[in-house]
Design a protein around this ligand. Structure first.
Ligand code: SUG
Length: 448
């Protein structure tokens, strides 16, 4: 049976703004308080989805969340009508209002960890929503994420959904941003590579000194157990704490993998040789030929990697088996990175082509091409069981761009977040979106 990897991209929500909410994420911190353009952000994301669809890849779309999250503000003690809740929060605790307005659910690589059916004990595709508990503004995403994923992948014969792990730092889980799968064919068993930043219970593992390590070993292990993965099909590796301190808050900022290939920076991991040997050995057992492409620090330093988001790229397999790298514009603007990429594609290796996308609105909050997509490998039967409303088609692209044009503002600043009208605009837009994507009722304002 034919299988493929589907990229479900997060649609940027109407409240996209630069809140400076992510300590340890250099772009989020340095663009704090800038004026954002939600309309442009959403259109940039849609342009990427359209381009991939036109290249022949199956492309899906993942809906944004209801913001401001009035229910979250109520849980923090603000009361009255929705407008009063927003007004009080703006007056008494602006940082909480800003957090409740974040459109961060757009970075769907953090929505969940996904294991394809070929890897799992019960032969279903497994999803675990990420608790994202390192940052308050992201920790409020998972209940809606679970409902949206449930509406997209509703057929229980093929899809299994797990609730987010316990919401404590010891089980900090950031989803697929720290998870890569290697395989010969998407429909065959593969090796799932979980990368963690620290261990919560075992002091032998080092931790970063400055910035938080968001993913714990124990969270990754729990996800592997929940998904029913076999020991032979799993490798755990640790991120180099020094790169976390240099701004690599997720592993997908310093490495990306697909098929039999891992593209990574020399400084990305601890015990790199041993980890590569495990990946090679386990994929070898499955008949695969693991290959790694290491970018040496002499050619691209960690700082350039973080600034350009070279590794937050999408590594896609073309029909002829060669690979294509989808990178953000910032890679072309960085001389050393661009020179490296020119050399890479000219070398006759597996990666033959680099495509550049303007995702500046998302990039300014630390979200590149890979952050914006959640990968789900599906066989033909499973693909047919996905809610067809979320699969990108030329008419859906047109409908969504018109929807964005109609509902989104082209400028948003912190003071605008206190406007109760923004909540109404957001709800009106999302209500229409659930009809466009045929999701049913998934938002708090629709179900309470
Ligand atoms: O969690 N930025 C996100 C970026 C997530 C990128 N995802 C991956 N690497 N997969 C984060 O730090 C910034 C929001 C603000 O500051 O307004 C933010 O949440």
């Amino acid at each position: 049976m034919k299988s493929c990897e589907v990229n479900f991209d997060g649609l940027v929500g109407p409240t996209h703004n630069y809140g400076g909410l992510s300590y340890g994420n250099v772009a989020s911190q340095s663009n704090s308080q800038q004026s954002s353009n939600p309309k442009e952000a959403a259109l940039q994301g849609l342009a990427k989805m359209k381009a991939l669809m036109e290249m022949g890849f199956v492309q899906g779309v993942l809906a944004p969340q209801e913001r401001p999250d009035v229910a979250a503000l109520r849980n923090l003690g603000f009361a009255g009508t929705d407008a009063q809740v927003i007004e009080q929060a703006a007056k008494q605790a602006m940082p909480l209002l800003v957090a409740s307005c974040s459109a961060s659910s757009m970075w769907v690589a953090n929505a969940a960890t996904v294991s394809p059916s070929a890897d799992t004990a019960d032969g279903r595709v497994h999803f675990t929503a990420a608790n994202l508990n390192c940052k308050y503004h992201r920790s409020i995403e998972h209940p809606t994420t679970s409902r949206v994923l449930g509406a997209m992948f509703a057929d229980q014969q093929h899809f299994a959904h797990h609730a987010a792990l316990p919401a404590v730092a010891q089980f900090g889980d950031e989803g697929a941003a720290n998870h890569t799968r290697f395989c010969c064919d998407y429909g065959e068993a593969g090796v799932e590579f979980f990368v963690f930043g620290r261990s919560a219970f075992d002091t032998r593992y080092p931790s970063p000194q400055k910035y938080p390590a968001r993913q714990t070993l124990e969270a990754s292990q729990a996800v592997a157990r929940l998904h029913g993965l076999s020991e032979d099909g799993v490798v755990f590796g640790q991120q180099n704490p020094a790169v976390i301190d240099a701004g690599v808050f997720h592993n997908d900022v310093i490495a990306v993998g697909n098929g039999e290939v891992l593209f990574y920076h020399e400084d990305a991991f601890l015990d790199t040789e041993q980890m590569l040997a495990q990946l090679q050995g386990k994929l070898g057992q499955l008949g695969g030929n693991f290959q790694s492409i290491c970018v040496p620090r002499s050619q691209v330093g960690v700082e350039d990697a973080v600034r350009s988001y070279l590794f937050n790229s999408q590594l896609l397999t073309r029909p002829d088996g060669t690979m294509l790298l989808i990178v953000p514009e910032e890679c072309r603007n960085n001389e050393r990175v661009w020179q490296y990429l020119q050399g890479l594609t000219a070398s006759g290796g597996l990666i033959r082509e680099v495509n550049v996308f303007d995702l500046k609105q998302s990039m300014q909050n630390g979200g590149g091409p890979a952050c914006l997509r959640l990968r789900v490998a599906l066989n033909e039967t499973e693909l047919a069981a996905v809610n067809p409303g979320v699969i990108m088609t030329p008419p859906l692209y047109d409908t969504l761009t018109q929807w964005v044009d109609k509902h989104y503002r082209d400028s948003l600043r912190e003071t605008d977040l206190a406007d109760p009208q923004l909540l109404l605009e957001c709800r009106t837009a999302l209500d229409e979106l659930t009809q466009i994507l045929k999701l049913g009722s998934v938002y708090p304002f629709q179900i309470n």
